[in-house]
Design a protein around this ligand. Structure first.
Ligand SMILES: Cc1cc2nc3c(=O)[nH]c(=O)nc-3n(C[C@H](O)[C@H](O)[C@H](O)COP(=O)(O)OP(=O)(O)OC[C@H]3O[C@@H](n4cnc5c(N)ncnc54)[C@H](O)[C@@H]3O)c2cc1C
Length: 386
């Protein structure tokens, strides 16, 4: 039984059925599949993580993305248009250089673009009057975007064809426990017995954790918003991102033409999927600080998702204090790109009851053991990790 019909729940069900030939699987979704973060993200796929654990996991995920449309026989519109991370100071250049050197030394792709190259590739950027002058950029050419709801439908269709039951409008409301194992889930549509339980509920993980009678989950739920403008003709060929003054910003143009962009978390814990209005203004200001011509675009809509933020910014794919319950959570705001690998390794963990080497660091007890995976060196402040 998988609770959560987002990308990770559906991908896990698919790999259980496909790789492990186990189609005795049900996915419970309280609303409609893809109605959570799966359908609310900014669709960026990259693998520029450099710490052991994250490095091999996200690189493997990117490799899986490269064949995903064929794997699912469904066009997920994966577009390797390149992820360009702008640098605005010598220290950010050093930090990015270190990450990109590690990526290249471990078989991935990555390029340094001096200022002349950035000017040539992305002439729209403001090189003369930007509040934080652009020094150069690092680009991962194999990175890009995919269409998020196509990925949901692709996994759901393929899993369903292999015999997986996907049950929508069915909320998990409680669990029947027998000592250290769970026998059944109580849902809005009745009781369902189970042998093994996998949680893939992103920002709702702490709620289900409590329903299971468990405590001390090292995770907080925070809101992240994204925005899109009216469609315009193709003008932005890459994904662009930067961090200055602690403010995160990323933008790409969707295949429909809208400029899709986002920034930082709203800054407080919440279970509402509705963001605070001031964040729209701050994020739009970030856009205009490097792309002033976008001031003429009309904003069409904005939305918020519920992110499962961990103390070190890295995820969990692991067992739990209960014998037959497994956890997939803590994706912060980077779980879209993780989808194929998270599904692969979570399915493997549930099926074989032991973690593959690749996810052996994604454990709940890593904080107690002092083995954090803190990519940005920001410490135990969940809202600081993007
Ligand atoms: C604004 C925004 C932008 C983002 N941008 C990016 C990006 O560019 N790149 C990237 O890699 N990642 C990005 N992310 C993160 C990414 O979207 C998430 O990490 C990822 O989607 C989480 O996995 P999921 O799809 O399984 O989650 P979800 O889609 O949230 O799935 C969880 C599901 O569980 C269901 N559920 C919850 N409680 C219950 C219950 N009691 N019973 C039954 N079902 C339940 C929910 O309804 C939901 O459908 C972004 C997130 C947001 C919010």
């Amino acid at each position: 039984m998988i609770v959560g019909g987002g990308l990770h729940g559906l991908a896990t069900a698919y790999y259980l059925a496909k790789t492990h030939e186990n189609s005795d699987v049900a996915v419970l979704e309280r609303n409609w599949i893809g109605g959570g973060n799966a359908g609310r993200n900014t669709t960026i796929v990259r693998s520029d993580y450099h710490l052991p654990g994250n490095r091999e996991f996200f690189e493997h995920s990117l490799e899986l993305w490269e064949n995903l449309s064929h794997e699912l026989n469904y066009n997920v519109m994966f577009s390797q248009r390149g992820y360009v991370s702008l640098v605005h100071s010598p220290s950010s250049e050093d930090e990015r250089a270190r990450a990109f050197n590690i990526m290249r030394m471990t078989g991935s792709d990555g390029e340094y673009w001096p200022l002349q190259r950035v000017r040539k590739e992305i002439p729209l950027l403001d090189f003369e009057r930007a509040r934080f002058p652009i020094h150069g950029a690092f680009c991962q050419p194999r990175a890009g975007t995919a269409r998020h709801d196509a990925v949901v439908w692709g996994y759901a269709r393929a899993a369903s064809a292999l015999g997986v039951d996907i049950i929508q409008n069915c909320e998990a409301l409680g669990f029947e426990r027998d000592g250290c194992s769970v026998d059944a889930v109580m849902t809005s549509r009745g009781r369902i017995g189970l042998n093994k339980l996998g949680l893939s509920v992103a920002g709702s993980t702490s709620r289900l954790w409590e329903m299971l009678g468990l405590h001390d989950l090292p995770l907080e739920s925070h809101l992240l918003q994204a925005f899109v403008t009216e469609p315009v003709k193709p003008i932005l060929n890459h994904v662009i991102a930067f961090i200055v003054g602690g403010q995160d910003f990323y933008i790409n143009q969707s295949d429909k033409g809208g400029l899709v962009f986002g920034g930082d978390l709203d800054g407080y814990k919440s279970y509402r999927q509705r963001g605070k209005p001031g964040v729209a203004a701050d994020t739009a200001a970030s856009a205009l600080s490097i792309l002033p011509s976008f001031a003429r675009a009309q904003m069409l809509r904005g939305w918020a998702g519920l992110c499962d933020m961990t103390m070190d910014g890295s995820p969990f794919i692991c067992d739990t204090p209960l014998d037959n319950v497994y956890l997939n959570a803590g994706w912060n705001y980077g779980g879209f790109k993780a989808t194929p690998a998270a599904g692969t390794f979570f399915a493997d963990l549930i099926q074989n009851r032991r973690p593959s080497d690749v996810i052996s660091r994604f454990r709940l007890d890593r904080f107690a053991r002092g083995h954090c995976i803190d990519e940005h060196g920001l410490g135990p402040i969940p809202k600081a990790h993007g």
